[in-house]
Design a protein around this ligand. Structure first.
Ligand SMILES: *Cc1c(COP(=O)(O)O)cnc(C)c1O
Length: 382
């Protein structure tokens, strides 16, 4: 079956008890056992629940994974993956990883004696030269933020595996409707399902999907032991969001390409970073991985300083001024003052986060309305 069909039917089979066509929201925390010392399919909801099992089945199927796990947030999912590591292990992570992941690695994992080296994920040779004998994990994002770089996932998987390390890919910006990192050699794929998978800004959730059953079992062991599972209501919302994932992505990607193309010809716009444009340094790789759907995140620079850029971001009427991404509502932000405000001047310069950079998350509104809104916001600053 095709992706769209699986997104609707796998894990959403009619309820055998009632015939209900949507998975019931099970809130029970405990389940009657067939006998003392004998276990049914479910016993206690931290260890598993029918609603969670259903959405995990959908996710595993869509990622091409042996198994998937649903967490209470994206960070809980990433944390679970890092808990596979032991004191003295080393991680190589992309240097443009999500700020929360940076904090987790440098302020929490370090307490357990885990060492971290950052390297530009879009340069596989730099990942290679950062590997050490004790490197046990490589962690990258499938689309870099905010410059939208695309790493060579198969090459990095090969480097990781040659060193006996796992490759984990945070694919929040590129959900399985457009990119499946496990098919490209990754061992673990992670999502902040808060973004595209949920898709409606109403469900905080995280996902890990593992390529093989042994790894899935190890991750499940950690999840059950530490407890950051997704609740029943959120499992239902996530399942509902996933049913329209492909449709939403296709529309959002089409709108993003249209908006990026328009921005590139705008007299006040000096640079557009979108993997779907010929001008993007990783366009060929993006095409190879994602076909004609290049995601719905765009960064661009305007011909202006920090204040003008801030003014553009504050002048939109449809685009909401907010971090986060991936929902039906379009959002706009200034990385220098918002998502990447914690970076010092040197780090900003190194990662190309200029004062005039703007990042947008293209939602599901009519693209012509979005273009009109951006145009009036840009001119409001001139
Ligand atoms: C939002 C986000 C996360 C963190 O997910 P939460 O659901 O907010 O915990 C991780 N990685 C990326 C790329 C994100 O955008």
């Amino acid at each position: 079956m095709k992706f769209r069909t699986r997104a609707i039917h796998v894990g959403s089979e009619p309820d055998p008890a009632t015939g209900a066509v949507v998975t019931p929201i099970h809130l029970a925390t405990t389940f009657i056992q067939p006998g003392a010392g004998t276990w049914g399919q479910f016993d206690y909801s931290r260890s598993g629940s029918p609603t969670r099992a259903a959405v995990e089945r959908t996710l595993a199927n869509l990622e091409g994974a042996a198994g998937a796990l649903a967490f209470s947030s994206g960070m809980a999912a990433t944390h679970c993956a890092t808990m596979l590591l032991h004191s003295g292990d080393h991680v190589v992570a992309g240097c443009d990883i999500y700020g929360g992941t940076f904090r987790l690695l440098h302020k929490i994992c370090n307490r357990a004696g885990i060492e971290v080296t950052l390297a530009p994920a879009d340069q596989a040779e730099q990942i290679q030269s950062s590997m050490k004998p004790n490197t046990k994990m490589v962690w990258i994002e499938s689309i870099g933020n905010p410059l939208m770089t695309i790493p060579d996932i198969p090459a990095i998987a090969e480097i990781a595996h040659r060193h006996g390390a796992l490759l984990g890919v945070d694919s929040t910006f590129a959900p399985p409707a457009i990119l499946r990192p496990l098919e490209l050699g990754a061992d673990i794929v992670m999502h902040s399902a808060t973004k595209y998978l949920g898709g409606h800004s109403d469900c905080l959730a995280g996902v890990l999907a593992a390529r093989d059953a042994t790894l899935h079992k190890e991750l499940y062991y950690v999840q059950n032991a530490t407890g950051a599972v997704l609740g029943g209501l959120e499992c239902f919302l996530l399942q509902r969001g996933i049913k329209t994932l492909e449709l939403r992505m296709r529309e959002q990607c089409n709108s993003a390409l249209q908006i990026a193309t328009w921005l590139e010809s705008h007299p006040k716009v000096t640079r557009v970073l979108y993997p779907g444009l010929n001008s993007h340094p990783n366009h060929a790789r993006a095409k190879q991985y994602m076909g004609n759907t290049f995601g719905a995140m765009i960064s661009f620079e305007i011909d202006g300083d920090y204040a003008k850029t801030k003014q553009v971001c504050e002048s939109t009427k449809l685009f909401g001024l907010a971090v986060s991404l991936g929902a039906v509502e379009s959002l706009i932000e200034q990385p220098a003052s918002m998502s990447h405000a914690s970076y010092d001047a040197q780090a900003k310069a190194k990662f190309g986060i200029t004062d005039s950079l703007i990042r947008i998350s293209v939602g599901l509104e009519d693209p012509s309305d979005l273009i009109e809104d951006l145009d009036q916001a840009i001119y409001a600053a001139y």
